[in-house]
Ligand binder design. Sequence first.
Ligand SMILES: Cc1cc2nc3c(=O)[nH]c(=O)nc-3n(C[C@H](O)[C@H](O)[C@H](O)COP(=O)(O)OP(=O)(O)OC[C@H]3O[C@@H](n4cnc5c(N)ncnc54)[C@H](O)[C@@H]3O)c2cc1C
Length: 484
Amino acid sequence: MRYDVVIIGGGVTGCAIARELMRYRVRAVLIEKDCDVGCGTSKANSGIIHGSTHFVPGTLKWRLGWAGNQQWGRLSEELGFGFARIGDLTVAFGEDEVDQLREFQWRCERSGVPRGELWGPERVRAEEPNLSGAVVGALFCPTTGVVNPYEACFSLIESARRNGLELRVDNPVLGIRADENGLWVQTEHELINSRFVVNAAGLYADRVAEMAGAANFTITPRKGEEYLLDKRLQGIVSRIIYPCPSSTSKGVLVIPTFDGTVMVGPTAEEVDDREDLSTTATGAEHVFSKVGRLVPGISERDCIAEFAGLRAVSDTEDFVIGATTVPGFINAAGIQSPGLTAAPAIAEFVIGVLETEGLALEPNEEFLPGIEKPVQVAALTTRERQDLAATDPSFAQVVCRCELVTRGEVLDSIQRGARTLDGLKFRTRAGMGRCQGAFCSLRCMQLLSDSLGLPFAAITKRGEGSWLVIDREDLERRSGEPAP
Ligand SMILES: Cc1cc2nc3c(=O)[nH]c(=O)nc-3n(C[C@H](O)[C@H](O)[C@H](O)COP(=O)(O)OP(=O)(O)OC[C@H]3O[C@@H](n4cnc5c(N)ncnc54)[C@H](O)[C@@H]3O)c2cc1C
């Protein structure tokens, strides 16, 4: 089987490229090492579609970040994932910081992007009454949005698959070689021949480039810890709140997520381990001390969940996108922040590179931009819920009480590709609420087990090695002793 394009990595970069590629008559396959797409950095980030005032001109990050920003409204309409352009406020605590905000405005003006509005203290207080009284001004940027990043990955890949993409999960790429017949990608399960390979392997992109003999950059993981707060804080701010950034970091933010939870973070710390997703006491102290200065009503006691993500930082600190010395091997690497924002523009950019390198782009006349949007019972009115339950009673059977997720939604998400507890959680929100799955986990596992025809003990949290329960007989067989 010969492919035109193999995409390695099913994060937002790979998923966006895959979907864009399906606009053309191209035979393509996406290879992902984990059990689902969107499980790497694309799941563990701040979910912000950064606006015009937060880009540093002259970099690929800036060019593709701003171009990507403007595509999210259309994408969310076509694909139905959660996105809202809520705007952001960068706040100043003194006249020197107000000068910094003016500088941002000039920078935007010079780069031809919207410059944002400078607000005085009264306007800030009227619009965001829970901000610290010490704030003396703020720059309002209406082009910033929030997105459910995992939902975006799931719907991009669903759309790509409906339009002809092949997807292989649980299939790490182990080696790549080139010969006169093109590129050969050796995965754990198969050997794939392709004319082009797009390297969108996130934290492992330098290793994948090395496999192909195209190593000319390195990736350093930069960890960011994020803290999710109780939904009772919903509405404490209505826009994303940034402090004035330093030269190395955007600082710790207050983020009203699309689903109504408030999130605070992230930290920024270089680490050696590409799998280190631990949160730390030091990280929490840092985040809550910084956030307390912005919004004094937020405290560490409000935290209901925490996670960390790793930015894939290249040695140039910019995206590494383009052809390499190995014919047909193309990098979409070093995609650190604002990689989520930029993803739709990165996809177009990579298609351009493929065309320049000789891929014929004949339009796929049958390309369907939309997918059937999943039902979200929690977002419906009472009347809509009653009508839906009358046609399908499974939409009246509540599985997750905190987030009001029904059996019908869980079954639909299994049909769309959820295979694990996390796959369900990130598609439906079951398990994301105050009790963090204490009520619904067993119910979700049972539905997975029944629908997939798998033994209960085979259901995992997020794939291989993350089993939740052990079969008693299996345990006894392995230990040679009676189970307690
Ligand atoms: C804390 C934090 C906050 C952030 N906040 C924002 C934000 O608010 N806005 C924004 O725009 N950006 C943000 N970012 C950046 C953004 O999350 C990333 O730029 C983006 O998710 C990168 O996507 P990706 O697809 O390139 O990488 P990933 O999502 O990591 O995907 C790479 C995929 O490749 C797979 N893979 C790796 N090796 C192999 C292999 N050998 N074989 C097969 N598959 C392989 C991985 O399993 C993974 O699924 C943030 C990042 C962090 C860490």
